[in-house]
Design a protein around this ligand. Structure first.
Ligand code: PHE
Length: 341
């Protein structure tokens, strides 16, 4: 039948059509999809088609219409995406500002402290956070009945009395002394854990930096000068420090170092409890018993060790009032450090 031939030739025409610009596409649309399109009158031919071919005829017409719609859509889309490429590129437009990443204030403080000590010859030592009792306590002269070993303070691994989360970076001292011969001059930054109630001032996880210097004839005066150098690099060239006698099982004598912070405003009064002095680290001469435990002859060698909390240093540097903010990862908090290098 003639009308079937007509449909076939239109189908060919639609398949072959390749409108090259919007004008040609518009002509295509008017011819096949417009209100007076060439497909519409063919539906009226239905009455002339023999009954046994009516179904086939209807299907052919529908698919003719559909392929015209598809062709129109796909050509139109290809024009639009080309248009993007051609016209949206303005090489004279100002660039987008690069979004700068932000370093975590703990990392910033840690790096600052590391730089201060590596400048005078300390090297970084790192070790495991899951420690055994010996490296964390026993070797460090901490007796079995010492309260720090209590479940209240120490996280033991489930069902274990041996494996624990290190409570201080002093465990790295043990690791290094048992595996290296003096001279030893290390700083050990890392995460430590204590089973403490979380508050604005303390957290169950925090960071410390440990220092250890062992050689022949290392004296208390060496320690004092090293820590004074640190305080001045950290808090400014005029910084004053004082040492107060203290106690740690693994050092003898032991001291706590305070930095003179001043009493300029109300916050200073609060954080220094009205004294102007701020405790920043613990230190001492390595106890001969500890050297012995680690296979170093205390007759031949002596040394000093110190340890400090990094959160505390970062809180002082940036005047942060609540330790929990370090662990909440609130971007509004973190973004404040984007300009700090
Ligand atoms: N480990 C001690 C603490 O966590 C700090 C310290 C380290 C003290 C080294 C003396 C020497 O409090």
């Amino acid at each position: 039948m003639e009308v079937f031939d007509l449909i076939a030739s239109m189908q060919n025409e639609i398949s072959a059509a390749a409108p090259a610009n919007s004008e040609q596409l518009e002509q295509f649309r008017i011819r096949f999809l417009g209100s007076k399109n060439v497909i519409k009158p063919l539906f009226a031919e239905m009455k002339n088609v023999p009954n046994d071919r009516k179904k086939e005829f209807g299907q052919l017409l529908n698919s003719l219409k559909e392929s015209a719609e598809e062709k129109f859509k796909s050509v139109q889309e290809s024009f639009e995406s080309n248009a993007d490429e051609e016209y949206d590129l303005d090489v004279t437009a100002p660039g987008f500002p690069l979004i700068q990443g932000t370093r975590h204030p703990i990392s910033l403080a840690m790096e600052r402290i590391i730089n201060i000590f590596t400048k005078i010859g300390f090297v970084i030592a790192e070790d495991r956070e899951i420690e055994d009792d010996w490296h964390n306590f026993t070797a460090l002269n901490t007796p079995d009945d010492h309260p720090a070993r209590d479940m209240q303070d120490t996280f033991y691994l489930q069902g274990s009395t041996e494996q624990l989360l290190r409570t201080h970076t002093s465990s790295v001292q043990t690791r290094v002394m048992t595996s290296h011969k003096p001279p030893i001059r290390i700083i050990a930054p890392g995460r430590v854990y204590r089973n403490e109630t979380i508050s604005a001032r303390s957290h169950c996880q925090f960071h410390q930096i440990e220092g250890l210097y062992i050689d022949k004839n290392v004296s208390f005066a060496d320690m004092k000068q090293t820590l004074l150098y640190f305080a001045r690099e950290m808090y400014g060239p005029d910084t004053r420090i004082r040492m107060r006698p203290s106690y740690f099982p693994f050092t003898e004598p032991s001291a706590e170092v305070d930095v003179y912070w001043g009493l300029k405003d109300e916050t200073d009064y609060r954080i220094t409890k009205g004294t102007g002095w701020l405790e920043v680290l613990g230190c001492g001469m390595v106890d001969p018993a500890v050297l012995n435990n680690c296979g170093i002859d205390p007759e031949e060698y002596s040394g000093f060790a110190f340890g400090m909390g990094i959160e505390r240093q970062a809180m002082l540097l940036h005047r942060i009032g609540d330790i929990r903010q370090f662990f909440e990862n609130d971007v509004r908090f973190l973004k404040q450090f984007s300009a700090v290098l």
